[in-house]
Unconditional design. Structure first.
Length: 422
């Protein structure tokens, strides 16, 4: 059911009311998981290089937006979030640029509410493509909505329509829109990965992989060894499938071996892919074309103590930045050599903008760090005000930088901070 006004949302503005911002340029939008290029990079410039002791200026705070770990999408003067209410209802919510509610649409049930560890709640980030919005609920409800009104255009159920098998922690993927296709990962033997017509939801192709559940990562597109592919990290391995047909081209299992925590989205640079699991470690493979046809994933390195946290990693130049266990790390991308390691904020989500790393710790704290291999240089850290009581859950939503603003979501509360340089 769609609502134009949602229940019990409290808006607190540090400026006594914030006017809606003008439409952003495409580069300034954060329209999907991990930003414009799905790699954790913001195109923003002219941002603060250090923060005051109590953090950047709070523009506004919106509360009671729904439980879970969804990262916001920001497009023009609209903000989109997936949230849940208890263990029954999962919904997409639209806010304006001041955090005021515009619409809400229920998309399905909360996935696997009896899961262990007990972390029910929304996970997916919406993908905005023109006037369309795509979202995946944790129970497997994949929907296309009208971005302006929230009206459902079409809906597919990954478990029932495709024989999907999610992992024990339910579906966490954020849909990938590529041209006329929407890429999703039901898991299971029948249709492990699917491509759907984005306008109708009709099946275009499917990739069956035996004994393979969905993981918790999101697919990325890349041209590897000359072939356009979709790369996805599944329950038992990293795979590449042909972008036109869905044919399985190669598979690499080591970073997934024996782990349920196949969560970070792979990082792709050229023909190289970095993947990591929270229980196993991280490693780099190079995709090469074999003589006579086919592809191989050649291991370059693997190490148990490399960046592997739920918060993922970003590549900046020749280096990879992310969290390994309870430490923030800088690693040489092509060798795996650790350049520096700092306990700092601990396990965290990370994004990059204008020479800086924005870190959102699992404890809820937020830090600003220079993206340099020289040494760890922290330029600010703070705890967002009036943070919610998340109980045993952690702050797993990634930070977002768009239009000079830093967005932090934590278990029903969204903060918007001004981070533009004076």
């Amino acid at each position: 059911m769609r609502h134009t006004f949602v229940r019990s949302i409290v808006i607190a503005s540090a400026l006594g009311g914030v006017a809606a911002v003008a439409t952003l340029s495409p580069a300034a939008n954060w329209a999907q998981w991990r930003g414009p290029l799905r790699n954790g990079h913001s195109a923003e410039t002219g941002l603060m290089k250090s923060w005051p002791a109590d953090g950047p200026l709070l523009a506004w705070q919106a509360n009671e937006l729904g439980e879970g770990y969804s990262t916001p999408a920001v497009v023009g003067d609209r903000i989109f979030l997936v949230g849940s209410r208890g263990v029954a209802d999962e919904f997409v919510r639209c806010l304006d640029a001041a955090g005021q509610p515009i619409w809400e649409e229920r998309i399905g049930d909360v996935g696997n509410p009896k899961q262990m560890p007990p972390y029910p709640g929304a996970r997916s980030t919406t993908t905005v493509d023109g006037d369309a919005l795509y979202a995946l609920g944790s129970d497997g409800d994949l929907v296309r909505l009208d971005a302006a009104t929230g009206k459902v255009v079409w809906k597919k159920q990954l478990r029932t329509d495709f024989g999907g098998k999610p992992g024990v922690w339910a579906y966490s993927e954020s849909p990938l829109v590529d041209g006329d296709l929407v890429i999703a990962t039901p898991g299971g033997d029948e249709a492990t990965i699917v491509a759907l017509n984005k306008k109708t939801g009709a099946l275009v192709w499917k990739t069956p992989i035996e004994e393979m559940e969905a993981g918790y990562a999101s697919a990325v597109k890349a041209t590897l060894a000359g072939r356009p592919q979709y790369v996805q990290f599944l329950s038992k391995g990293l795979v590449g499938v042909d972008a036109a047909t869905g044919e399985l081209l190669w598979r690499y299992d080591r970073t997934a071996a024996g782990s349920m925590a196949n969560i970070p989205t792979p990082v792709v640079q050229g023909d190289y892919i970095y993947s990591a699991s929270g229980k196993v470690g991280g490693g780099l493979v190079k995709i090469v074309a074999k003589e006579g046809g086919g592809f191989d994933a050649e291991e370059v390195y693997f190490e148990s103590q490399l960046p592997r946290a739920i918060g993922g990693s970003v590549q900046v130049g020749d280096y990879l930045y992310g969290a390994g266990g309870d430490s923030v790390m800088c690693v040489e991308f092509l060798t795996g050599d650790v350049v520096w390691r700092e306990r700092s904020i601990g396990a965290c989500g990370v994004c990059y903008a204008d020479g800086m790393l924005y870190l959102h710790g699992e404890n809820g704290d937020v830090a600003l760090v220079e993206a340099t291999p020289e040494e760890y240089r922290e330029r600010g850290r703070f705890t967002p005000p009036n943070a919610p009581d998340r109980g045993k859950s952690k702050a797993w939503a990634y930070p977002v930088v768009a239009d000079g603003k830093l967005y932090i979501f934590d278990w029903g509360t969204l903060w918007c901070f001004n981070v533009s340089a004076p």
